[in-house]
Design a protein around this ligand. Sequence first.
Ligand code: NAP
Ligand code: F7E
Length: 325
Amino acid sequence: MTKNALVTGITGQDGAYLAKWLLEKGYAVHGVMARRGSDSLWRLRELGVADDVRYIDGDLLDVTSLIRAMEISRADEVYNLGAMSFVGTSWTQPILTAQVTGVGAVNVLEAVRIVNNKARFYQASTSEMFGLIQAAKQDESTPFYPRSPYGVAKLMAHWATVNYRESFGLHASSGILFNHESPLRGPEFVTRKVTLAVARIKNGLQKELRLGNIDAKRDWGFAGDYVQAMWSMLQQKAADDYVIATGTTTTVRNMCEIAFAHVGLKYEDYVVIDPEFFRPAEVDVLLGNPAKALDQLGWAPTTSLSELIGMMVDADMRRLEHRPA
Ligand code: NAP
Ligand code: F7E
């Protein structure tokens, strides 16, 4: 029998990869679409699945739209990927971030509880909840210390997920995912900002790249690998929380070096430090321990940072060939 999946954030990076993964597994994929007028289906189109998803109008701020989406989709599995996900903007839109990223998750949990409390639920939690890290390598037992309004909002959503599991017996799992990137990453995030700039500089369209704190360290993986872990969590007998990471950490500086070197350039010749891109409070270093995911889900990352950045630079070079700007 065909299973139904309902995905919030279907138009985002992870939404696109997850939709493709679920469609390949034979699911009917329903996506909650907060119609914003712009070309929000480009990622799904790039993966060739835009016409295969069934779209339902809805917004994380409107619980009635989520209840309706649960009814229409008859969802067996619900993936809450929708969020205001850019950390930088969360200081300038803290209330919206709290509402969409924090309360929005509770709205989805309520829709699940009310319409079908047997549906399995996935919450897109984040390594940003570790923030000012309390252990050198972060795992499921590491205490949280968020450093941004985004991290604070995600912590609310995370604990709401745990609480609905414990209060109502919902099969609700939280994936604590470390940074994951791809050619479909939004251009405001640092990896894509860099790979896009590298392609533009190589093509003579840009002269410099202005960045903030390039000494920050992140545990970067490939989004295509990470969505498989989301699905896997919902196939387990019992719901639980899992850290998904690569177990290696790299500075933004070294990531730049890899990206520029991919096209034969030196990052030192182009990167300019600009105070505008520093954050009021920084997460200096993140490094995840995905041992539990390996042990219980059989999940392991397959893509190295060099492969990932190479794939992103190549994709941006190709895009410029087709649409120089
Ligand atoms: P993304 O590309 O920024 O996608 C976010 C999605 O949320 C978009 O589809 C966006 O729709 C949707 N959205 C925003 N506000 C909404 C609202 N009010 N109602 C309904 N939908 C709304 O993010 P991503 O990288 O795919 O990440 C997916 C999820 O994982 C997010 O929750 C993110 O916070 C979390 N996460 C990401 C990472 C990472 O490294 N990528 C790591 C850990 C956790 P529009 O297209 O219409 O704006
Ligand atoms: O920043 C530094 C910046 O914006 C990474 C989201 O998906 O992952 C993401 O959050 C680092 C930070 O991602 C620039 O200060 C330097 O230290 O790519 P980012 P993020 O903040 O780690 C987590 C896991 C999520 O959950 C989030 O949703 O890079 N950095 N210079 C810069 N960052 C940006 N964006 N732009 C710069 O110019």
